[in-house]
Design a protein around this ligand. Structure first.
Ligand code: MG
Length: 158
C-alpha cells in the first residue's frame, strides 16, 4: 500500500541569520528567519511525511510557542518524524522537492544537500530529489525577501 504526501513552507530571508537548507550551511549575506533554525527545505519534507501519514503538520508536533524548539536543529525534528514513519509501518519510496529562491544560486549546493539528507535520513541518493528555481524576480521570493519549498513524498508499507 502506498501513501502520498505534500509539503510546503516559506521563510523570510533577513540579514544576521545563517542560511541552512537541508542541514547544509550555505554562504550568503542573509539567512532564514524562524523560531528554529528555519530550514525551510526540511520543514517542507517534514510536512510531506506527516501529510502522507495523515498525522497533521509540523506546527502541531513542534509548536513555535514551545521554547524547546527555539533554534532547534531541523535535522533532529526530521529524525523524530522518520521514527513516526517507521512506527506507522511505512518506508520512503522517494521525495521530490523544489526550492524557490532568487538568491543565492543554489545549483552548486544541490548535491551536498542531497548527500546530507540521504545520510541523515538513511535513504539512497536516488530517493531524494532537490531542485531549485528562481522566481523570475517577481513577488517577495523574486525580490530576495523569502525562500519557499514545495515537496512531494511517496511512502510504501514496509
Ligand atoms: Mg518552517
Amino acid at each position: 500500500m502506498y501513501r502520498i504526501g505534500q509539503g510546503f513552507d516559506i521563510h523570510r530571508l533577513v540579514e544576521g541569520r545563517p542560511l541552512i537548507l537541508g542541514g547544509v550551511k550555505i554562504n550568503h549575506t542573509k539567512g532564514l528567519l524562524g523560531h528554529s533554525d528555519a530550514d525551510v527545505l526540511i520543514h517542507a519534507i517534514i510536512d510531506s511525511l506527516l501529510g502522507a501519514l495523515c498525522l497533521g503538520d509540523i506546527g502541531q508536533h513542534f509548536p513555535d510557542t514551545d521554547s524547546r524548539y527555539k533554534n532547534a536543529n531541523s535535522l533532529e525534528l526530521l529524525k523524530n518524524v522518520l521514527a513516526m514513519v517507521e512506527k506507522s509501518g511505512y518506508k520512503i519510496v522517494n521525495i521530490d522537492s523544489t526550492i524557490q529562491a532568487q538568491e543565492p544560486k543554489l545549483m552548486p549546493h544541490i548535491n551536498s544537500i542531497r548527500e546530507n539528507l540521504s545520510q541523515n535520513m538513511l535513504i539512497g541518493l536516488k530517493q531524494i530529489s532537490v531542485k531549485a528555481k528562481t522566481y523570475e524576480k517577481q513577488d517577495s521570493i523574486g525580490k530576495g525577501e523569502a525562500i519557499a519549498v514545495y515537496c512531494n513524498t511517496l511512502l510504501m508499507k514496509a
